[in-house]
Design a protein around this ligand. Structure first.
Ligand code: ATR
Length: 291
């Protein structure tokens, strides 16, 4: 069951997801199960919100909304309602995770970029074998981001924060240049990325919508170019196995599914909400079953 209203007491912490539409979100299912598994006195609900500013003004009492997740179309507009915003989230210009501190102040994060970067770091550590080097495995790596939209920004800022050398490739070259300048990286038109391989063992992250259902026969970069990458991540999660990831595997690269970004961003939200580590196995099982 989604919520058990009879369990809501004056001291129950109320969390939720604000968005429009929001009813389809599986987050309440995941978070309520997670809270229950450790006996937390908390609920997580759907909040259908039209005007995000009005929402935060109306529910300004520190007794309401201990935290919320934030989805389409409020990720940018909600930023202006916060008391404090994580500095990378501010640069990206989008938030998806809001926590109310005990003093009532609202502090916001972007767990999308943390989720993607953590999933990629896990993939790289697995490649390093039993004795991974200390620090981020992204440090010093050449990191090619395809796309310069919201997800492209998240990956480019996240990777550059970890010390990667970022290259942004985009169909509209102007957008690639703009983002590359912001993260101190290089830019390429998307069509030139297949001939770009100054070194071996690069990391590739696709954030374009090329290959997304129903265009499953498409891929943003030809197979022959994939040989130069040690790991390929695709932010697309429908389908799970994109043509890009299938061909990357055939070319010998490690692959990281888009779903891993979703899962890891959920772990991060749970940690921010509760201060506790996420029940990762439970999250994974529920995601497999429902998402
Ligand atoms: P998101 O928030 O998911 O990143 P977005 O902001 O709409 O979504 O960005 C979509 C990205 O996919 C952009 O980088 C876009 O390239 P343009 O900046 O040139 O529009 C890219 N994209 C979408 N369709 C594409 C296509 N058919 N070929 C190449 N790139 C495409």
């Amino acid at each position: 069951e989604l919520y058990n209203f009879r369990l809501i007491k004056p001291d129950t912490k109320v969390y939720g997801i604000i968005g429009k539409p929001v009813g389809h979100s599986k987050s309440p299912l995941l978070f309520n199960a997670a809270f229950k598994s450790v006996g937390l006195n908390a609920v997580y609900m759907h909040f259908l919100v039209d005007d995000v500013e009005k929402f935060f003004n109306t529910y300004s009492s520190p007794d309401f909304a201990s935290g919320c997740s934030c989805t389409i179309p409020h990720k940018e507009a909600a930023l202006k309602c916060m008391d404090e915003v994580d500095h990378i989230a501010k640069k990206i210009g989008a938030i998806n995770n809001i926590v109310r501190r005990p003093d009532g102040k609202l502090i916001a994060f972007n767990t999308d970029y943390i989720g993607a970067i953590t999933a990629i770091e896990d993939g790289l550590r697995a490649l390093e074998g039993a004795k991974p080097a200390p620090g981020s495995p992204l440090s010093g790596k050449l990191f090619v981001v395809l796309g310069a939209g919201g997800a492209g920004k998240s990956l480019a800022y996240g990777a550059s924060q970890k010390g990667a050398r970022v290259v942004v490739a985009n169909r509209t070259f102007e957008r690639a240049k703009e983002l590359a300048n912001k993260v101190g990286g290089k830019s390429l038109p998307l069509c030139e990325v297949e001939n770009f391989h100054p070194e071996e063992g690069m990391v590739l992250a696709n954030t374009t919508s090329v290959g997304m259902k129903p265009n499953m026969d498409q891929t943003p970069i030809p197979k022959h170019a994939l040989e130069h990458y040690c790991l390929v991540f695709d932010a697309i999660y429908t389908p799970k196995d994109t043509r890009l990831l299938r061909e990357a595997k055939e070319a010998g690269a490690a692959i990281v599914y888009g779903k891993e970004m979703l899962i890891h961003q959920g772990f991060e939200q749970y940690k921010n909400f509760t201060g506790l580590p996420a029940p990762e196995e439970l999250f994974r099982q529920l995601m497999e079953k429902h998402a």
